[in-house]
Design a protein around this ligand. Structure first.
Ligand code: HEM
Length: 233
């Protein structure tokens, strides 16, 4: 623990931790999206997947504690980097121009604190709603009794406020990751210009695909009234 506290206070430690936590969260988001796509699989694939996760016992608890720790460290360092920069440069520049090089000034990089705060609020609301939300119980094809999360997700996204609210937040997720993936990797690796440009391009593509992947779920459910042919019952 004292080592973690030292790392949080040292420049090099902070860089390492931002990189590690940023990449860990990106991996979580990729795995989560792949899991969510089971909504479009066999009729009880989504509930079976969630049932499998919820029954991992100690392993799930350890993963959840790890995830919370990663979120908290990431948010703490991100906010303090933003705050220190703000203190060092209290006056806003009127004209932003990107050098295209190490600084990578873009809408995505300038909105990191805003998109980060919205995502944090989103995650709290989201977990409350889906992880701890009330559901019916269904019998899976294996005979197990599971929470009917599939119906909860579909019922939620048939409501315009949730469908479009989620879509908006998923666009912000894409913006956050657009800069974040590049930033995490360059925090961990020695950068040369060619490598940095390549990571930036890959990061932007991954961020775009993740945002489109996530927002396709609420929009598809909303516009098909939950009865689109990609969802089997
Ligand atoms: C269309 C978008 C999304 C859908 C339909 C969705 C669905 C779900 C569902 C059903 C659960 C509960 C799983 C269970 O109890 O077994 C869940 C948990 C969770 N989701 Fe999402 N999710 C979406 C987007 C996101 C995004 C973008 C993030 C992060 C930025 C996120 C973070 C989480 C977290 C942290 C949990 C709790 C994991 C755990 O403790 O096991 N979700 N999500």
């Amino acid at each position: 623990m004292p080592k973690l506290l030292n790392a949080l206070n040292s420049q090099v430690g902070r860089k390492l931790l931002t990189g590690i936590t940023g990449i860990s969260l990106t991996i979580f988001v990729i795995v989560h999206l792949l899991g969510n796509f089971t909504l479009f699989g066999e009729p009880d694939a989504f509930n079976t997947y969630a049932y499998f996760l919820e029954n991992l016992g100690g392993l799930l608890i350890a993963a959840e504690i790890g995830l919370i720790a990663v979120f908290v460290i990431h948010a703490y360092i991100g906010t303090s980097i933003w705050w220190n920069r703000k203190k060092a440069r209290p006056q806003k520049y009127h004209v932003y121009s990107s050098k295209g090089g190490p600084s990578r000034q873009t809408l995505s990089s300038r909105s990191m604190i805003f998109t980060g705060v919205v995502l944090l609020i989103f995650v709290i609301t989201h977990v409350r709603m889906f992880k701890f939300g009330d559901t019916d119980i269904v019998t899976l094809s294996t005979g197990a009794e599971a929470r009917d999360l599939k119906t909860l997700v579909i019922d939620t996204f048939m409501q315009p406020a949730w469908a479009f609210g989620y879509t908006f937040v998923m666009i912000l997720l894409g913006l956050h990751l657009g800069h974040g993936i590049w930033s995490s990797f360059t925090s961990l690796t020695m950068r040369n210009k060619a490598m940095s440009s390549m990571i930036y391009t890959i990061g932007t593509i991954v961020a775009f695909l993740l945002a489109v992947g996530f927002l396709s779920i609420p929009l598809y459910i909303y516009f098909t009234g939950g009865e689109g042919s990609f969802i089997q019952y």
